[in-house]
Ligand binder design. Structure first.
Ligand SMILES: [Cu+2]
Length: 382
């Protein structure tokens, strides 16, 4: 496919993922900021009233097209004029999170479901580009909500009011899509440019374990670069008491390290062959630091699969789920389950009674993926 010449200052995805050029780009991107040269102007050029999206599209090959031989420029979400795919010069990669990786500390992502808050939940989040240490030897260039991947765990109940504002602090347009919401997506889930905010309100109608994510085009890139998390909606009538944990699975597709930081690799995302498959953003983190409960506890796992592409075939070695809620609890329960696949973009609730002490691995039983980091330990202490 014929490639257009890149503009003078704005990096394109196809350039950024080519190692030599990416190195050059990273060298140019100051360690003091995540600024991507030219993108500010590009966003401004794409803003509403700039003369029409057709012009923008004609000069900006959609990022996805760069990864698909023979595909022409494609608007993935033409109703959202600020979408990344419409930015002049094409789509950036997640490179540019240019802090010194040695200073980035690892932290275990706490899987504990936070307690319910007020029935009128007000959230004001910011998008941030930050380096995240996901293991001893790997720092990724994260695109995040609130500075981590996954983003914060939200916990509310059916009928609560969630009043949400997203402010975009970075050059790249972003947005928010809550799967627990029933709203007009063109309005509520629209992309916002740097310095702008979007606010919307919703009342979850159904209980369950839901995904949230950035829906800016190309969605694959934004989910694949870490912009996601879980919103847990409890039913009005509480479920039986349990130790409750949230496990978010996602795949990571990473470029080679440049200056100690690995960017997410969009071409690899398209190829769907992940480097890592992880729970709560970090490979094997609950192997080293297990999730601990007591003998006799009921454990409830809210398993939400961010994908972006593969299933989470959830299983606990040495245990059986006495209850799995396929959809809204409590009506959707099935019983006596060994393994169940949670689809990308989906969530399910898995319960077991810890009536045997020991160390129980919880895994993605699609073991090609379990082996890549989708495994942890549930430790039942007597
Ligand atoms: Cu985004």
């Amino acid at each position: 496919m014929a490639q257009q010449s890149p503009p003078d200052t704005t990096p394109r995805l196809s350039d950024l993922i080519e190692p030599t050029t990416r190195r050059g780009f990273l060298a140019n991107a100051s360690v003091l900021s995540f600024a991507i040269p030219g993108l500010g102007a590009a966003i401004a050029a794409c803003s509403p009233g700039d003369g029409g999206k057709a012009d923008t599209a004609s000069t900006a090959p959609a990022a996805a097209a760069t990864g698909q031989a023979g595909a022409g420029p494609t608007l993935h979400n033409p109703d959202s004029r600020l979408d990344t795919a419409l930015m002049k010069g094409g789509h950036p990669s997640s490179s540019g999170a240019g802090a010194a990786p040695g200073n980035v500390a690892f932290h275990r992502f706490d899987p504990t479901l936070p307690p319910l808050g007020p029935s009128n939940l007000k959230l004001h989040w910011h998008t941030k580009q930050v380096p995240i240490r996901i293991s001893e030897d790997t720092v990724v260039a994260g695109w995040t909500f609130e500075g981590d991947t996954p983003g914060p765990i939200v916990h509310c109940k059916v009928g609560d009011t969630v009043d949400f504002t997203l402010t975009n602090d970075v050059e790249i347009p972003h947005s928010m899509d809550f799967h627990a919401a029933q709203v007009n997506p063109k309005e509520a889930f629209r992309s916002v440019a740097k310095g702008q905010s979007v606010t919307f309100t919703f009342k979850p109608k159904w209980a369950g374990a839901f995904m949230y994510h950035c829906g800016t085009s190309p969605v694959l890139m934004h989910i694949g670069s870490g912009m996601f998390g879980a919103i847990i909606v409890s039913p009005k009538e509480p479920l039986p008491p349990a130790k409750e944990f949230v496990l978010v699975q996602n795949e990571l597709y990473l470029a080679d390290a440049v200056n100690g930081i690995r960017a997410y690799d969009y071409q690899k995302m398209l190829a769907t062959f992940p480097d890592l498959v992880v729970f709560n953003g970090r490979p094997n983190q609950y192997m080293k630091d297990p999730i601990k409960v007591k003998l006799g506890d009921r454990v409830r796992f809210y398993v939400v699969n961010m994908g972006p592409t593969h299933a989470c075939n959830f299983h606990v070695v040495g245990e059986q789920f006495d209850t799995v809620y396929l959809a809204a609890p409590p009506a959707s329960a099935i019983h006596g389950v060994q393994t169940w696949a949670v689809a990308p973009g989906g969530g399910m609730i898995f319960e077991l009674l810890c009536d045997v002490a020991g160390e129980f691995p919880f895994v993605n039983h699609g073991f090609g993926h379990g082996q890549k980091g989708g495994i942890g330990i549930l430790e039942v202490e007597s």
